[in-house]
Write a protein that binds this ligand. Structure first.
Ligand code: ATP
Ligand code: MN
Length: 510
């Protein structure tokens, strides 16, 4: 978006401005600005993360505090508000018109915001996922309704209808490269003709190629920014649709993600926690490249992996985290509850209070008694994870467990795999080593060493008394499983099947 001149709110009073503290407001322009992205980048580089949580700058993004000093932004906001109210009125009229009649007539074609735009559908993108049902199946984009007869045969709308088509074209602009500034047409009721759309598309492609050639280095650095324009728009839409009330600030900037705190809003048929965490998976591939092995060999994702482009692989990480969190939550293990997933952005319940995240086990200063309690919780959690969820965390350590309300909470499960993953048992052994070392250091004398912990969790009695032999046995077990898969196309039944209905049916050779 072009920089829009900012006129101080005092000189341009507006009904939308919050008069009390104009100086600390965070504007839409700012949210959309490169400066913010740069600031995030700096924060990331200086590793000042958690201190930023309660920044005095007020909410990061809030429907009420959007700067109204720009006519352009104001016009867009008003248009959106108007469209929303118009559609609500239309819905009421439709209900009234149809009454109890068995045959109903849809007014959908008269809506200002076409359902296909509302759902943000576009041909090659995964859409809002219905996180309450099968997370594996992306909800099919609401199809553009077949435009048959509407009304009394007077108004026939076809899919070639100028308005419908124009709106679709505008929505499709979102698929252009993030660097290609498409402006805010998407949120306005902008209609692009096929001709204009095609010209823009062509331009976008050639620009992309040009900048890839000329600014190879610069390209990498822009890709590093998590909150790129597309992500900002996603977040903005979440606030605008009321799912979230405000996005308050950054909780953490990790290697693979940036986590924000948000105040929950409301959704028609789903309760949203008062405090939410938004995990934005980085759209840069650098970090994910070395994590290929977690997902590529995970048979749940195997078929899809090869067909995906990099953008989609990142979305798959977010999807994987959501899916794993749901399984873990279902088993009753304390972990964030999934609210919704959109593309590479996962919204979940916030572990902590009043915008302050609970400390990780690393940060929490636990006394000996509490450490002991924590150890037993972690032990039973690991067993439950293995037995009931059929999962291995694969990055379990004091950094990925939080201490909240006297309980250990599990987070960061995007890399978690099933134990039959070709490296599943190695990952588990590494988890055991981290856990064992941490609690031994904390002085919990009951803590067994890693090998013993591994045997307790898996129930596999590996007898070796040194790490080298133990590892060799683990690898041999993994190999047996792999060979079995090679030969029969199925996995061995080392592991218990759970009744989880979240994924495609899993095949066990009983
Ligand atoms: P890292 O690379 O640092 O491990 P990551 O990208 O893997 O980070 P997470 O470990 O999931 O991301 O989250 C990073 C941090 O964000 C956590 O240590 C925690 O402080 C915070 N966080 C993540 N999820 C939540 C949540 N649901 N509630 C509160 N805080 C959270
Ligand atoms: Mn982490």
């Amino acid at each position: 978006m072009d920089q829009v001149g900012i006129i101080a709110p005092e000189t341009r009073p507006s009904p939308w401005g919050v008069a009390a503290k104009p100086a600390v407001q965070c504007s839409l322009v700012e949210v959309m600005s490169e400066e913010l992205a740069r600031k995030l980048q700096l924060e990331e580089e200086s590793h000042v993360f958690t201190e930023e949580v309660l920044s005095e700058d007020g909410p990061f993004l809030n429907a009420d505090n959007i700067d109204t000093s720009s006519d352009e932004v104001l016009a867009q906001m008003l248009q959106m508000q108007f469209d929303k109210e118009y559609d609500a009125q239309l819905l009421r009229e439709e209900k009234k018109f149809n009454g109890d009649s068995k045959v109903s007539i849809s007014f959908e074609n008269y809506r200002k915001v076409h359902p296909s735009e509302e759902n943000d559908s576009s041909e090659d993108e995964v859409d809002w996922q219905d996180t309450r049902h099968d997370p594996y199946k992306a909800v099919k984009p609401t199809p553009t309704p077949k435009k048959g007869f509407v009304g009394k045969g007077k108004d026939i709308t076809t899919k070639h209808d100028e308005v419908v088509c124009g709106r679709k074209n505008t929505a499709r602009m979102e698929n252009f490269a993030p660097e290609f500034q498409v402006g805010d047409g998407i949120v306005m009721d902008l209609k692009l003709s096929n001709q204009v759309f095609n010209a823009l598309k062509q331009h976008s492609i050639s620009e992309q190629r040009k900048s890839a050639r000329l600014h190879d280095k610069k390209e990498v650095s822009t890709a590093e920014k998590v909150v790129d324009p597309k992500t900002r728009l996603l977040l903005y839409k979440m606030v605008n649709s009321g799912v979230l009330e405000t996005i308050n600030g950054c909780v953490s900037t990790g290697k693979e993600s940036v986590v924000f705190h948000a105040s929950g809003g409301s959704m028609e048929d789903q309760e949203i926690p008062a405090e939410c965490a938004i995990k934005v998976f980085k759209t840069t591939l650098n970090e994910f490249k070395n994590r290929d092995k977690y997902i590529k060999d995970d048979y749940r994702f195997k078929d899809r992996f090869s067909k995906l482009n990099p953008r989609k692989i990142i979305r798959m990480w977010a999807e994987k985290e959501m899916h794993n969190l749901k399984r873990i939550h279902k088993a009753g293990i304390p972990c964030p509850e999934v609210v919704l997933l959109k593309k590479h952005v996962l919204v979940m319940s916030f572990i902590g209070k009043d915008q302050i995240p609970a400390p990780t086990l690393k940060e929490a200063k636990l006394g000996l008694e509490e450490s002991k309690q924590a150890y037993y919780q972690v032990l039973s959690m690991m067993k439950q994870l293995y037995d009931q969820c059929n999962l291995v965390h694969a990055d379990l350590s004091e950094y990925n467990m939080m201490w909240h309300e006297g309980k250990v909470w599990l987070i960061d499960v995007s890399q978690s795999v099933e134990p039959t993953h070709p490296h599943g048992l190695e990952f588990l052994y590494r988890d055991c080593r981290n856990v064992s070392q941490f609690f031994q250091k904390a002085g919990v004398s009951e803590t067994p060493h890693a090998r013993e912990l591994f045997n307790i969790v898996t129930g596999l009695n590996i007898a070796s008394d040194n790490q080298v032999d133990f590892m060799a046995e683990i690898e041999a077990l993994e190999k047996v499983n792999e060979d079995h898969v090679q030969m029969h196309g199925k996995k061995v039944s080392l592991y218990q099947e759970d009744d989880d209905d979240d994924g495609p049916p899993r095949i066990y050779d009983k």
